[in-house]
Design a binder for this molecule. Structure first.
Ligand code: HEC
Length: 468
């Protein structure tokens, strides 16, 4: 115990020292910049980056220490829950900043005035009013004659979205691989194997995509999109044949997200750096750099809605719980990307009649496809609440009670408990959905629910779910 206290104290002292530095450094960095001392500026900026990284490392060390402290106690689940909460909040915040900026710039690009009263060096301009002020923006054809000192970059939003997303993936799916990542009825993997498959799939996806972008196909938008869709569907198929439905979806989203961040990190930002450097030295700019970066940026733009769907999909068990989860995923990807296409066309002022209705029809198709099929076998006799309660006690209460006995879920999942008949009746629709329609409760069928028991729940529900 003394050792823990001592380590916490050391970490706290280091943290306070780092925080003090972060109060001093920004001013030093700025003055160096203003005084035109580029070398000093770069060194200080690097040091500042290291300080922030060290702060994150100290925070991670503190969390790891806490985890060692509460491991195998009732607080372990609580720690994971709060980690989940904090990292999720960060992930959403960075994600909003990133996607928001991305939407904004694509909107700018689409909505620029490119014809009326433009200076020769401009590609377009735009007037906007927002937050009680008027804004006037100009886009240059290539680069301004001198690169301004203060140039805003948009990159950390993307990097932090990916980093926090990866942490969240680890917290929810990798730390609890047996409960959330692996579904033995899909494939009986060891946690190590499942996690390795998940992580390496992102790398493979990036390489495939990157190679595809090097072929001439990249210039043929629709063909490229179609091939991309086929490959993505392949990934969805693969994921849903190795992971649980939920984990398959989230891996699909994380895979697409990785492509998007890869585009920012490996293509877009280096191209912009090269452009800025060339402009600073007065060298001629290679316009293909900007074009390639723009193309990757456009790919990212089409991926936003499919990724956002995946990120909320774990609230919708009818999607990931379907018997062909990959097909639903592919359909949702096409439908949501279609909506994005329509939005892009609209911003360019190209009013298109059929893109939106077709996309809506595709999405409706997914809703239709995932609708429950009524079980035609008639229910014999009536199922009483006593029988239902016995089943729930045997198969659900291990997790869904105020004091769960499960080894992983030490608090009732989503706060759902089934202790009295009233609890059960109150949640009858959700129970029916998860036990009879999508069959993804009990979680991973950990408690071994049988088909007869699912049928009994169905008959009880179809008979009006009596409370007695
Ligand atoms: C091994 C633990 C475990 C068992 C056993 C279990 N569940 Fe769950 N349940 C969970 C977890 C974890 C969640 C939250 C994640 C999710 O929604 O998939 C959950 C969520 C739910 C939800 C969604 C609640 C909401 O508000 O969104 C329902 C309904 C549900 N369970 C019903 C049942 C029923 C009925 C049984 C028994 C037949 C059962 N569960 C058995 C772990 C379990």
């Amino acid at each position: 115990m003394m050792l823990y206290v001592a380590t916490y104290l050391v970490l706290a002292v280091i943290f306070v020292m780092l925080v003090t530095l972060t109060h001093k450094l920004p001013n030093l960095v700025r003055t160096a910049h203003e005084e035109g001392e580029e070398q000093r500026h770069d060194q200080l900026a690097l040091f500042q980056g290291l300080v922030y990284t060290a702060m994150i490392a100290v925070a991670i060390a503190a969390v790891a220490l806490t985890w060692l402290l509460v491991q195998n106690t009732p607080w372990e689940g609580h720690l994971t829950e709060w980690l989940n909460l904090v990292v999720r909040l960060m992930h959403i915040t960075f994600g909003i900043a990133w996607i928001g900026a991305s939407f904004y710039f694509v909107f700018l690009e689409n909505a620029l005035n490119r014809t009326k009263d433009l200076r020769k060096e401009l590609a377009g301009n735009l007037w906007a009013v927002h937050g009680g002020g008027f804004y006037y923006l100009e886009k240059y054809k290539v680069a301004p004659k001198t690169i301004p000192k203060e140039l805003h970059w948009f990159k950390y939003e993307a990097y932090f979205t990916w980093l926090s997303g990866f942490c969240l993936l680890a917290i929810v799916y990798y730390f609890n691989a047996k409960a959330f990542l692996i579904d033995k009825s899909v494939m009986d993997l060891s946690p190590m194997a499942a996690i390795s498959i998940g992580v390496s799939s992102f790398l493979v996806a990036w390489l495939l995509y990157h190679l595809l972008c090097k072929t001439p196909l990249v210039k043929k938008g629709p063909v490229f999109g179609l091939i991309g869709l086929l490959i993505a569907t392949g990934f969805a198929y693969f994921y849903s044949h190795v992971f649980s439905g939920r984990a398959a979806y989230i891996h699909f989203g994380a895979m697409l997200g990785t492509l998007m961040v890869g585009n920012v990190f490996f293509i877009i930002i280096p191209a912009q750096k090269a452009m800025v450097n060339a402009a600073k030295k007065g060298l001629p700019l290679d316009p293909s750099l900007g074009k390639f970066a723009g193309l990757r940026s456009l790919h990212n733009n089409y991926l936003t809605l499919p990724v956002l769907f995946v990120m909320i999909s774990n609230h919708f068990p009818s999607t990931f719980g379907h018997s062909q989860p990959w097909l639903v995923l592919a359909i949702m990807t096409v439908g949501t990307a279609g909506v994005k296409h329509w939005l892009n066309l609209r911003e360019k002022g190209q009013l298109n009649v059929w893109v939106l209705p077709v996309s809506a029809l595709i999405l409706l198709g997914a809703a239709f496809m995932t609708a429950p099929v009524k079980d035609a076998t008639a229910c014999k006799g009536t199922v009483t609440m006593a029988e239902v309660q016995a089943i729930v006690q045997k198969r659900c209460q291990q997790c869904h009670s105020s004091k769960p006995t499960d080894d992983v879920f030490t608090a009732p999942p989503n706060g759902v408990v089934y202790e009295t008949p009233a609890d059960i009746v109150k949640l009858k629709d959700k129970i029916y959905q998860r036990v009879v329609v999508t069959k993804n409760m009990p979680q991973g069928n950990k408690t071994g629910m049988t088909d007869e028991e699912r049928n009994a729940i169905r008959c009880w529900f179809e008979n009006g779910a009596p409370e007695k």
